[in-house]
Design a protein around this ligand. Structure first.
Ligand code: GLP
Length: 237
């Protein structure tokens, strides 16, 4: 695991986009796993600002809410269209979206991931409870893409786009094992609200109460932190 401690949020964001753009410049047809959430918005804005050439790149979305009508404004599909595809004039066919309407959506997604040769770089944020994608506490290290039930804490954290009434209760998410299959992982955490989570992550291993700890066994895991997210780091050595 490699940790990049940045001196500002902008520097942390730039560290992430530099990793991505270097990879894509070297191998334009790379496969990139995309995450959503507030943390990732400046990452996509930076790729747009830097006019990243992603025309030959293929993308897999990490997760999607279940039960939303097609093109719901708060779906992750719409999020990535708004933040990345439309501004860079990329084609929707460059992205695989979790097939939330299929009864065997998880298996189907795993199959197309395998057919694409797997993910080269998986981008990740982290939930306050340590979830990655929508792998909530209690998820196993062996989990693959499947329908998951969201915790009340996660529903609360993400409800601003919906209101609590309409906030979905389930999602289709890549599993921990699916995420660990990517050739490299790049996690970005910013802001004070993630400081305790990052402290916990750094002090625990393979702890199902904080699913992000499973990633620490990956040989190419880069954790990028801004000063606020790193503000409670206190490694027990
Ligand atoms: C959602 C997404 C995750 C994301 C997390 C954190 O739950 N499924 O991929 O990492 O939110 O979101 P934020 O960056 O808004 O804190």
């Amino acid at each position: 695991m490699r940790i990049i401690l940045s001196e500002s949020t902008a520097e942390a964001v730039s560290a992430v986009t530099t990793i991505l753009m270097d990879k894509i410049q070297a191998e334009p047809s790379s496969v990139i796993g995309l995450a959503t959430g507030r943390t990732m918005e400046p990452v996509y804005a930076d790729l747009v600002k830097k006019e990243a050439n992603l025309k030959k790149t293929f993308f897999f979305m990490l997760d999607e809410y279940m039960g939303l009508p097609e093109n719901h404004p708060s779906s992750f599909k719409q999020y990535i269209k708004d933040h990345l595809l439309n501004p860079l004039m990329l084609d929707e066919s460059q992205v695989a979206f979790p097939p939330v309407t299929l009864s065997n959506g998880g298996e189907h997604y795993e199959r197309i991931l395998t057919e694409a040769g797997g993910v080269d770089i998986q981008l990740l944020g982290i939930g306050q409870n340590g979830h990655i994608g929508f792998n909530e506490p209690g998820s196993t290290k062996e989990s693959r893409t499947r329908v998951v039930r969201l915790t009340e804490e996660t529903r609360q954290a993400n409800q601003s786009h919906f209101g609590m009434e309409e906030m979905p209760r389930e999602a289709l998410s890549m599993g921990i094992s699916t995420i660990l299959s990517a050739k490299s992982l790049v996690m970005l955490a910013t802001g004070k609200s993630k400081a305790e989570t990052i402290k916990y992550l750094l002090n625990h291993h393979d702890d199902p109460t904080c699913p992000a700890t499973f990633l620490k066994s990956h040989p190419h895991f880069v954790l990028v932190l801004d000063p606020d997210a790193a503000s409670k780091i206190n490694l027990k050595i």
